[in-house]
Design a protein around this ligand. Structure first.
Ligand code: FEO
Length: 400
């Protein structure tokens, strides 16, 4: 066992015993440019309890951190808040090594863990609102279905007012700083928003309901301990407030222009639309899919009011880079956007219509018919693109 891996104290009886994945750069299509952590937490109550585990290759790191506090064989209970494999991948091996008295998960969690890892019926289901005594400490479970898996739940440690929130309020950020007040706030703002946009965005209506429910329960939070990134102990109201804002998806005076181009004709149109949007009073982000990653696009769209998408046509299709980002966008369901499509083509020019169809599926409100032009745009075409940008800006400002 590597004794350089130590647990980090969170509150009197709670220790962070997770693992740091400095080098992961891809998470199901989301570029994790700063790596991540898989957080697990040890509660040194009468019943020693482990909250969540880590991705399978990081089992030894987690066990070494636990061993810096207590012999892992003394763990009585394990709680699995979320069955996804970055938090449960090593669970079968940990159970075999530790032989806990009980392993708890939500009812859907038990089913999902069985389907993923085949435990043979040893897991125990807990109900929404149920409490579990650890002797001198008490856990309460709150189901958070579809945030972001059907099995997901929160666990609240009553006596220490600590919420174990699994993926919610987390971020992909590998660091040795374990708490928000030790970390660069600009990085936390960016990575928490990027995480929300790339993971939780489609479930925003449920996030709003959950925030309402938690407020209604009157729970106090001394710490919010997510399964990725730093633990919130200072800016708790701030991160809850930001979740409320992101989930509401209230548009801001901002537009994002996303495009793919072959010989820069579609790019010239994108630039002209961007100039019009800016002249109309919006903040504008131009994003060539040859230069940015799809997860950067989601970060920019999170609070935008308008989205213009452009593509050249290649073999009767939109460019592959645009098909990629549009598929990703369609799944993540950004709301309250005004949109338009544009593109240059050489032969047949189907891309603009294809983009418009996806915008319609995404329930993006149309700002008007797209601009589709053959070969290189002349000044008349660029003037129309500029005018489209101006028109979109005016429409967005009317909706603010
Ligand atoms: Fe971090 Fe949904 O797993």
């Amino acid at each position: 066992m590597n004794s350089s891996f130590k647990a980090v104290p969170v509150t009197e009886d709670v220790w962070w015993v997770g693992a740091i994945d400095w080098n992961i750069r891809e998470f199901h299509g989301y570029q994790t440019q700063r790596g991540t952590t898989y957080n697990a937490y040890l509660i040194m109550a009468d019943k020693v309890t482990l909250i969540d585990t880590v991705k399978a290759p990081f089992k030894e790191e987690m066990l070494a951190r636990i061993a810096s506090v207590v012999d892992p064989a003394r763990i009585d209970y394990i709680v699995s808040n979320h069955a996804e494999l970055d938090h449960s991948g090593c669970l079968p091996e940990v159970i075999a090594a530790v032989k806990p008295e009980k392993v708890y998960a939500s009812a859907v969690g038990v089913k999902t863990l069985e389907e993923l890892l085949h435990f043979g019926g040893i897991l125990t289901a807990v109900k929404d609102g149920e409490s579990l005594s650890l002797g001198n400490r008490t856990l309460t479970f709150l189901e958070t279905r579809m945030l972001h898996w059907p099995d997901s739940m929160f666990t609240y440690l009553q006596e220490e007012q600590l919420l174990f929130s699994q993926d919610a309020f987390g971020m992909h950020y590998a660091s040795l700083e374990r708490f928000d007040d030790e970390s660069d706030p600009a990085i936390l703002d960016y990575e928490a928003a990027t995480y929300y946009a790339n993971i939780l965005l489609p479930y925003s209506p449920l996030v709003l309901k959950l925030l309402e429910r938690v407020t209604g329960l009157g729970l106090a939070f001394r710490c919010i301990a997510p399964d990725h990134g730093p633990i919130w102990r200072k800016d708790i109201a701030g991160i809850i407030g930001r979740y409320g804002k992101w989930a509401a998806q209230k548009p801001e005076a901002k537009a994002v222009v996303v495009y793919g181009t072959m010989w820069h004709s579609t790019e010239k149109m994108a630039l002209a639309i961007g100039e019009g949007l800016a002249a109309g009073g919006l903040r504008v982000k131009l994003m060539s899919m040859d230069a940015v990653h799809r997860s950067d696009v989601l970060y920019e769209i999170l609070c935008a009011g308008a989205l213009a998408v452009g593509s050249s046509t290649l073999n009767n299709q939109m460019l592959p880079v645009m098909a990629d980002v549009m598929t990703y966008l369609r799944g993540l369901k950004p709301r309250n956007l005004l949109g338009a499509a544009f593109g240059s083509y050489g032969w047949s020019g189907e891309a603009v219509k294809q983009l418009e169809e996806i915008l319609t599926e995404m329930k993006v409100e149309s700002a008007g018919e797209g601009i589709r032009e053959k070969n290189a745009p002349d000044d008349e075409v660029l003037s129309r693109c500029y005018a489209l940008g101006l028109k979109m800006a005016a429409q967005v400002k009317d909706r603010l």
